[in-house]
Design a protein around this ligand. Structure first.
Ligand SMILES: Cc1ncc(COP(=O)(O)O)c(C=O)c1O
Length: 375
């Protein structure tokens, strides 16, 4: 089976992990944590990085740091992973949904304004499958309404947005909002196995994030607590993997972009298929190469996934809308709501093998198989 993704680990990863084993720094203190936090923050042009155990808790912690009151609203896209909704719910907030742009598959910023109420406190744009959200108008709107912006850049390592006020300046995703959250799960361009990070430029928020991550110990007295914290720490072993990959991040992102472009070239002539776009203000990382079947083909993503699986090609379906999740509906959320773009994409979209180990021959084979299936 050609896998959807697999991690590619090099010599430096072995060397750094060996150093952890040899020195005994295997838990959540050690030089790799510090260097990975500051290195990743710098790569994303943020001042502070707080490494955590995964991307889901990175979102949860980011929302916790901005101190929401019960019933406060956070706007998230309807097409996303459930982690975004969980981060709201575990903070006593109410997730409010916005449908996505049919081309970029990201939160439709045009529809955002209509969802803002006096209870809205934050917006969580998700850079979907590696394409950035249109952050310029989103940040403007957030500023007008005094909202905090928490970027979910879990999938968007190395993706960039053109700063329209400074021509030629491409700003990294995860460095555009007030806070950002990353995942370093094994299918991400940079991986620590499991892992995540929250970034911010605000020193007070960074302090709060560090404290909350580590059981909210008070600095004046260890084992003394004035608020409820979490153990969301990352280990030095994980950070060792991350730091080793950070040394070749540009090469990794370049390879991802090369894979994406090769797919697009080969699949462009296929009728009945929508391919990923790259807006003129965006450089996407093609984290996962998504395709969407036209409904006019009479087929859906599940049908194509089965056809490809029979040929030894692994795929994954697109996310299912938050308003169609029984666990959330049971909480009384999203009653009677519909998001037509999300609903179509979640039924018609899937992503193809996109890992760093993918060969040219494998890409060509996948493209031939997709072409034949739709002939
Ligand atoms: C957009 C998005 N946000 C958050 C997460 C959660 O990250 P993790 O799996 O590290 O908890 C993911 C995971 O893939 C994701 O795709």
């Amino acid at each position: 089976m050609i896998p959807v993704s697999e991690p590619v680990l090099g010599e430096l990863e072995y060397e750094y992990v060996k150093e952890c084993l040899e020195t005994g720094w295997i838990s959540s203190s050690g030089r790799f944590i510090h260097d990975f936090e500051s290195g990743w923050a710098e790569y994303c042009r943020m001042k502070y990085g707080v490494a955590v155990s995964n991307g889901t808790v990175a979102l949860q912690l980011a929302l916790r740091a901005i101190e929401l009151d019960p019933g406060d609203e956070v706007i998230i896209p309807s097409l996303t992973i459930i982690s975004c909704a969980l981060a709201c719910i575990y903070n006593g907030a109410v997730p409010v949904l916005v449908d996505c742009d049919p081309q970029t598959w990201c939160m439709d910023v045009e529809q955002l304004r209509a969802k803002i109420t006096p209870r809205t406190r934050a917006v969580m744009p998700v850079h979907m499958y590696g394409h950035p959200v249109d952050m310029d108008p989103l940040m403007q709107l957030a500023e007008e309404h005094g909202l905090k912006v928490i970027e979910d850049a879990a999938e968007a390592h190395g993706a960039r947005v053109l700063d329209r006020s400074r021509p030629g300046d491409w700003r990294p995703c995860g460095g555009l909002g007030h806070l950002s959250a990353f995942s370093f799960y094994a299918n991400k361009p940079i991986t620590t196995g499991e892992g995540g990070m929250v970034l911010t430029n605000d020193p007070e928020l960074a302090d709060r994030l560090r404290s909350l991550r580590n059981l909210s110990h008070r600095s004046e007295r260890r084992f003394y607590h004035t608020e409820l914290g979490f153990n969301f720490r990352m280990t030095n072993l994980q950070a060792a993997l991350g730091l080793a990959q950070l040394a070749r991040v540009e090469q990794i992102i370049e390879r991802k972009r090369w894979i994406g472009k090769r797919y697009t070239e080969a699949l462009r002539p296929v009728e009945g298929l929508q391919l990923p776009v790259e807006r003129e203000w965006a450089k996407q990382n093609y984290w996962m190469y998504g395709i969407v079947l036209d409904e006019a083909t009479g087929q859906n993503a599940e049908w194509l996934a089965n056809r490809l699986a029979a040929q030894g090609i692994d795929t994954r379906p697109f996310f299912l809308g938050m308003h169609e999740q029984p666990a959330l509906i049971e909480l009384g959320l999203f009653s009677g709501e519909h998001y037509p773009v999300t609903e179509r994409l979640s039924r018609q979209g899937l992503y193809l093998p996109s890992g760093l180990s993918l060969t040219e021959n494998q890409i060509d084979y996948v493209c031939r198989s997709v072409t034949e299936a739709l002939r």
